[in-house]
Design a protein around this ligand. Structure first.
Ligand SMILES: [Zn+2]
Length: 234
């Protein structure tokens, strides 16, 4: 019983709107003219649609507190001598790295990394954990020192029956990856190795022979971290 007068009132209001804007078209702005175009059809719509009007609230990202570079971080890698299947796996690994860097876990594990009971890394170039994290986000390689938040490097495949997964030289932008391991690794395993080698591009080193401390070096510890967190994105 109460609906009818409401609809009628809405119709009257809208109709008068329509007339007003039509009567003074020279002074009306486009914004006020637009709603009046379909004056005959709008009243029922005005009455029935409010239920759908409130926009669904945007659920905030859980990692909103990360620095913007963590989300912007990207890979810029030239691939050399890869088959189609290897290219697919490598690109998946590159995507995994992007996703891992944009996690709160990645930041937290680096900031809280312990060696000898202290928050530090082995072979840290005198940097704090926070500075190492920032250095990663900066993406400023020793040979390409622009802070562009990108992994800039080249990756070339080679095949050898050695136990070397990959290697690089401080004088080269290139990382060499052994297909013997690459072909049997998951994309997360490839991401692990790629990030380890890229830590060398940022200037971090480690002992050439194994010792208990080496696993706590920047390349080993953070490469391993990327491999672990990367499993969530396979
Ligand atoms: Zn290494």
């Amino acid at each position: 019983m109460k609906m009818i007068p409401v609809i009628m009132l809405a119709a009257l209001l809208c109709a008068s709107c329509n007339k007003d804007s039509g009567g003074s078209s020279s002074e009306s702005s486009p914004a006020t003219e637009a709603p009046a175009v379909s004056g005959d059809e709008t009243p029922p719509v005005v009455v029935t649609t409010p239920v759908e009007e409130p926009p669904t609230p945007v659920i905030p990202e859980p990692d909103d507190s990360l620095p913007p570079e963590a989300y912007a971080f990207d890979t810029n890698i030239t691939l050399v001598n890869l088959t189609e299947a290897q290219t697919t796996k490598m690109k998946k690994a590159m995507e995994i790295i992007k996703l891992v860097v944009a996690t709160d876990e990645f930041r937290g594990k680096i900031l809280n990394h312990l060696y000898g009971g202290k928050k530090t890394f082995v072979d840290n170039k005198g940097l704090t954990n926070a500075q190492i994290y920032q250095k990663i986000l900066d993406g400023a390689e020793s040979l390409q020192p622009t802070k562009d938040s990108e992994m800039d490097c080249e990756v070339e495949m080679y095949t050898a029956s050695t136990n070397v997964v990959g290697y690089t030289y401080s004088t080269s932008k290139r990382i060499w990856v052994n297909t013997k391991y690459f072909n049997q690794y998951t994309s997360a395993g490839v991401a692990h190795n790629l990030f380890h080698e890229w830590m060398h591009k940022l200037g971090f080193t480690h002992s050439s022979s194994w010792n208990a401390a080496r696993d706590f070096s920047v390349p080993y510890a953070i490469g391993s971290l990327v491999g672990q967190l990367g499993k969530d994105f396979l």
